[in-house]
Design a protein around this ligand. Structure first.
Ligand SMILES: *Cc1c(COP(=O)(O)O)cnc(C)c1O
Length: 461
């Protein structure tokens, strides 16, 4: 399997090189040259596979340059850290099927991909006799999942900046209580934007980037998307009896990463009728799907902070397919977007989009009401991100198809929102019990490029 860039500016490369490249060197995103289409016999043969075996089958289709035993071992180890034997179990509540993606070490779906990416990086760095210093900024979920993905691994160090005092207390503790020597938490005295700007400046400083082999873990790495494709298959097989059954997946979306994985599964032949893209008040993607209007707005803070995004980094991967795999058109669209802050779509394109996606934007009050009413009716507690997807699904019950809602975080990660909705704190799972009393390590630094640079310089591998 060869990989290309959405902007057409790289010669095709193998899987391993695609993973190490991260963002394509021409500024585009990396995609497989073709997405394999499975026939019904192949699909049916996967129905009863346990999660790890299914993951091996799916990932093998896209990766032919790692020996099978090595790949199997990487995958198996990645999911040993999950606390449920099914890895991503389905819990059915009436007409709503909840796909629980939060059984990894940091209680959010990002673990599914980052546990795998961490192992993959370690494997590839060892083979290439290289080191990597991962640098990233986080407002919460990505940072802890990335830290857990690479803690204690060889030839990798990680530096994660978070805004001091501005993440949820649980989220900060999940990061700072990891004491492995290769993990460096920086609480910057500033905002999340300050953190992000510093990280951008570090990556733009090419001599610094080269010297310290800086690496990223943001959602643009193809391995993250690929690992997420697996649970669409797994969930489909749990809620259906045969391949005649179409389903709808409801996906709470920020960066378009998770839902793009669903789109890949659909293109591979999984009988997904529609992908229901659920957004909070930051609804640029809903406007794109329903009105053909992809135009920039300002980010507003919501109860589902991991979806507080305007420019969705993985959207470009979908555009590539919408534009019939024509990289010139992708380049032109982004040129236009950087000039005007907006992209326009023809009626023909809009009808293609509507043949793949449904969408709904869910506001703060609806999110709180959904957490509260779902809890009253079913006894099941939703986190605010999952609630956005469940509300959208409830409003689409008339489609008459099984609805599968991706549960992207455990409610205990977002205690405040849950208390506001139900008046009660969610029960904490074992990994969070007493986390406030654990020893922690974190450097509080000024949100200043020179200061942060010195710190990384001193501790980088
Ligand atoms: C990251 C995240 C999302 C959004 O996922 P995307 O891949 O960015 O669309 C939703 N919910 C939670 C809890 C997250 O951490």
């Amino acid at each position: 399997m060869k990989y290309i860039s959405t902007r057409g500016g790289i010669t095709p490369i193998d899987f391993k090189d695609a993973i190490m490249m991260g963002l394509a060197t021409d500024g585009g995103l990396i995609l497989p040259e073709t997405i394999p289409l499975l026939d019904t016999t192949q699909l049916e043969a996967w129905r009863n596979l346990p999660y790890r075996d299914l993951a091996f089958r799916v990932i093998s289709l896209f990766c032919d340059d790692i020996p099978a035993e090595d790949l199997k071992d990487l995958i198996d180890r990645s999911y040993d850290s999950f606390d449920h034997e099914e890895i991503t179990p389905i819990v059915s509540k009436g007409e709503i099927n909840i796909l629980e993606l939060f059984h990894g070490p940091t209680l959010a779906f990002k673990d599914v991909a980052l546990q795998f990416l961490g192992n993959l990086f370690e494997y590839l760095l060892k083979e290439r006799k290289q080191k990597m210093n991962i640098v990233g900024a986080t407002s919460g979920d990505t940072g802890s999942a990335a830290i857990y993905g690479v803690r204690g691994k060889e030839n990798i160090a990680i530096f994660i900046l978070h805004p001091d005092g501005k993440t949820s207390p649980v989220q900060a503790l999940q990061m700072t209580t990891v004491l492995d020597a290769n993990v460096h938490n920086i609480a910057a005295k500033g905002t999340f934007d300050d953190c992000q700007n510093i990280v951008k400046a570090l990556f733009n400083d090419l001599p610094f980037k080269e010297k310290h082999a800086l690496g990223a873990v943001n959602s643009i790495n193809w391995a993250r998307v690929l690992a997420q494709v697996v649970y669409y298959f797994y969930a489909y097989f749990r809620v259906t009896k045969n391949l005649d059954q179409q389903v709808v997946f409801s996906v709470p979306t920020g960066n378009f990463g998770d839902i793009f994985a669903g789109y890949v599964a659909k293109r591979m032949g999984l009988p997904i009728s529609k992908l229901l893209l659920a957004t909070n008040e930051n609804n640029i993607l809903t406007r794109f799907i329903l009105d053909g209007d992809y135009s920039l707005d300002t980010v507003v803070p919501t109860l589902s902070p991991s979806m507080d995004i305007q420019v969705a980094s993985n959207f470009e991967r979908y555009l590539y397919f919408l534009y019939n795999e024509n990289p010139q058109r992708v380049c032109a669209a982004f040129e236009e977007f950087s000039k005007t802050g907006c992209m326009k779509f023809s009626n023909e394109e809009r009808s293609i989009v509507l043949s793949d996606f449904l969408s709904q934007s869910v506001n703060r009050q609806e999110t709180l009401d959904t957490i509260s009413s779902f809890h009253q009716q079913t006894g099941y507690l939703l986190d605010p991100h999952t609630a956005v997807g469940v509300k959208a699904a409830q409003d689409h019950l008339s489609c008459g198809l099984p609805l599968i809602c991706l549960a992207t975080a455990h409610p205990a990660k977002f205690e405040e929102a849950v208390i506001t909705a139900t008046g009660l704190p969610p029960e904490r799972p074992a990994s969070l019990a007493g986390i406030e009393k654990l020893p922690s390590r974190c450097e509080v630094l000024d949100a200043d490029l020179t200061v942060i640079k010195e710190f990384i310089e001193r501790l980088a591998l």
